[in-house]
Design a protein around this ligand. Structure first.
Ligand code: F6R
Length: 369
């Protein structure tokens, strides 16, 4: 049933190109339009939206953090992302023109369900992104966009994360189209770029042996830090979460710009720092800044592991190790940059002798608040 893999997690990591393709399937027309049949909100409802809240937990929350960058950029609608467990306790400002997007693989996470119920009581429209047909969260929502990732057995989320990202991008692009914002051309381009992601993922997955080797080498480290900027920041958070839950190691993700405000003091001789670097093509200011952050940590003794785009040689002088991924537009980059971090966490946990599919103290679906 593990299809020849040692763990379900490895099988699910390998299934990601297909999971992404399946989540895109039938939702894009040949002319680049987005069709979301299962979204039972009228175009008028969507035009009326003046604020988006994304609520989710754990890995699903990280997909929401990425979505914020894309949704705000494409639609110009303010978007906030909130931990579901915090949302309803702080009396958020919600009304009929608020769209609340609840992201959940299982569809049964109690924190997310309670956040959704709170949103509905306040008359907000609720759209679920979910991987489990007929589960509670989509049942209680006004609309649902299913991720077609197939069943995820391993406790740690991998293919669900990637398909959640795809669903978020689709919703962002759909909102942009319906509202007819100035980014229409960009939307068509992004649709084409999304279609290329499954092949890029195959390329990434085919080049993971050095990552596994590095994982074995670093499996005795006391702490591993992850840094990123822009959409690379949630990727850093997700990389750290995976390592914590699977390898039981101290790991933390930071927005690279925050290092100098405190966390840089953690860096000691040999501390591994995994740096998620954006495309040299896209936002060059962003890139220059993170390259200087990498220099800063290296000057303080860090061992730098840099995830960069193929052909990016400018990072070489500052990297102890480089992991190359195919060129991908900045906003979509988490679809490829998060994969080496999944493989890394899985291999570190395995090297430490842990059951990768069943980490201690964790359950696949968390049905208590
Ligand atoms: C981490 C992980 C968890 C879940 C979280 C939400 O690998 O799997 O953080 O992402 O418990 O679960 P769902 O998506 O089922 O609501």
């Amino acid at each position: 049933e593990k299809g020849g893999y040692d763990y379900f997690m490895l099988k699910e990591i390998a299934e990601q190109p297909q999971a992404v393709a399946d989540t895109l399937l039938g939702r894009l027309t040949e002319t680049g339009e987005i069709m979301l049949d299962e979204v039972r909100l009228s175009d008028q409802d969507l035009r009326d939206v003046d604020k988006v809240f994304i609520v989710a937990c754990g890995t699903a929350y990280h997909s929401g953090l990425v979505a914020k960058y894309a949704i705000e950029h494409w639609t110009r609608i303010p978007c906030e992302v909130e931990l579901a467990s915090e949302f309803r306790y702080r009396d958020p400002v919600l009304d009929r023109s608020t769209l609340v997007v609840a992201i959940s693989q299982s569809g049964e996470t109690m924190d997310t369900l309670m956040a959704l119920r709170h949103a509905k009581e306040q008359k907000a429209r609720v759209l679920a992104i979910c991987n489990t047909n007929g589960s509670t969260i989509p049942r209680e929502s006004d609309a649902v966009l299913y991720t077609h990732g197939g069943p995820e057995i391993a406790v740690a989320s991998t293919k669900a994360f990637l398909t959640q990202l795809v669903a978020c991008y689709l919703i962002g692009l759909h909102l942009a189209q319906v509202r007819g914002v100035k980014y229409a051309d960009e939307v068509a381009a992004v649709v084409a770029q999304l279609q290329e992601v499954p092949d890029k993922l195959r390329t990434v997955l085919g080049a993971m042996e050095p990552v596994r080797e590095l994982a074995r080498e670093l499996s005795t480290a006391g702490t591993v830090l992850f840094i990123g900027r822009h959409v690379g920041y949630p990727v850093a958070l997700e990389g750290a979460l995976k390592l914590k839950e699977l390898a039981y190691m101290h790991a933390e993700g930071f927005a690279a710009g925050e290092l100098k405000h405190g966390p840089i003091a953690l860096i000691d001789q040999g501390t591994p720092v995994i740096c998620v670097v954006p495309s040299p093509a896209g936002r060059s200011v962003l890139r220059d800044k993170i390259v200087s952050n990498i220099q800063e940590v290296r000057a303080r003794g860090a061992r730098t592991i840099v995830i960069a785009e193929e052909g990016d040689e400018a990072v070489l002088p500052f990297a102890d190790h480089v992991i190359y991924v195919p060129r991908t537009p900045t906003l979509l980059a988490p679809l490829v940059t998060s994969v080496p971090l999944q493989v890394f966490a899985c291999a570190v946990a395995d090297a430490r002798g842990h059951d990768v599919d069943q980490p201690r103290n964790l359950a696949k679906s968390v049905t208590v608040e």
